[in-house]
Design a protein around this ligand. Structure first.
Ligand code: FPP
Length: 249
């Protein structure tokens, strides 16, 4: 069954539409504005953003969300000043060091999408070790997008399929949506049900462009550092009211 057909049968069948999304993704935006409003350096906004990550991952587990994907560092974020990039890397380092034991204990599976191999070698190792430590867990998935860009992800899939076809290992006639989905970074994750962006901006910013094909989109005014369990619960409730038709009637 295609990913879309599977999604349609798991959720559209729920009467009354009070379904909990299986897979929620968040574009965590507004850290800088949160800090600016308090006359604080941008770093303070990102630091408060990590607290929100902690709150929201716990809340997602409590709500029974199977997978939570967070856009922590986009492939375009390299355009930020070097000092801010360093701050974000430092916060990621701290987050993994301080939260990995809880993830192991709580049966969370940590996964990464994107090309984090471009990060500093010690951070690459830290991330890979953390992913490996939780790999045998069977509980909810926490997926962190690191140096992720959807267009790059799709270009890499196209390149690999072309190489395989050229080497005679793949019949181009067999390339379909299912095959492409299996080559995406998100292979094996539940279909994306709900994509939230905080801070009032209404853009996808190169995040999960393929996966969002039939996701419900929710743009909220809350700045990411203020996003909490109640805000996630409200987003899930709003999702429950949406009618998903997948192109049908
Ligand atoms: C957008 O706010 C946020 C980011 C570019 C980074 C998100 C990172 C974190 C929340 C912290 C690290 C994450 C983890 C998983 C440990 P912005 O700076 O663009 O805000 P602005 O638009 O108000 O300036």
């Amino acid at each position: 069954m295609s990913g879309l057909a599977a999604q349609a049968t798991t959720l559209a069948a729920v009467p009354g539409g009070d379904a909990v999304p299986r897979h929620v993704a968040i574009i965590m935006d507004g850290n800088g504005r949160w800090a600016k409003a308090r006359h604080l350096p941008r770093f303070a906004g990102h630091k408060a953003g990590v607290e929100a990550v902690r709150r929201v991952t716990r809340a997602a587990r409590a709500l029974g969300i199977e997978a939570l994907t967070l856009y922590a560092f986009s492939s375009e974020n390299w355009r930020r000043p070097e000092a801010e990039i360093g701050d974000l890397m430092g916060l990621l380092r701290l987050f993994i060091c301080s939260d990995i034991d809880e993830m192991v204990r709580e049966n969370v599976r940590l996964r990464v999408i994107g090309d984090h191999g471009r990060f500093a070698p010690d951070l690459v190792k830290l991330v890979d070790d953390a992913v490996a430590r939780t790999a045998r867990n069977s509980g909810p998935l926490l997926v962190i997008a690191l140096n992720y860009g959807a267009q790059t992800e799709l270009a890499a899939v196209a390149r690999r399929l072309a190489e395989e076809a050229q080497a005679g290992q793949l019949d181009p006639a067999t390339i379909d949506c299912d095959l492409i989905e299996r080559r995406l970074d998100t292979d094996g994750l539940p279909p994306l049900d709900l994509l939230i962006r905080t801070s009032g901006e209404q853009r996808l910013s190169n995040f999960l462009l393929w996966q969002a094909a039939y996701a419900e989109l929710l743009f909220v005014e809350t700045l990411w550092p203020d996003f909490d369990a109640a805000a996630l619960a409200a987003a899930v409730a709003a999702f429950g009211q949406r009618q998903r038709r997948y192109g049908g009637l």
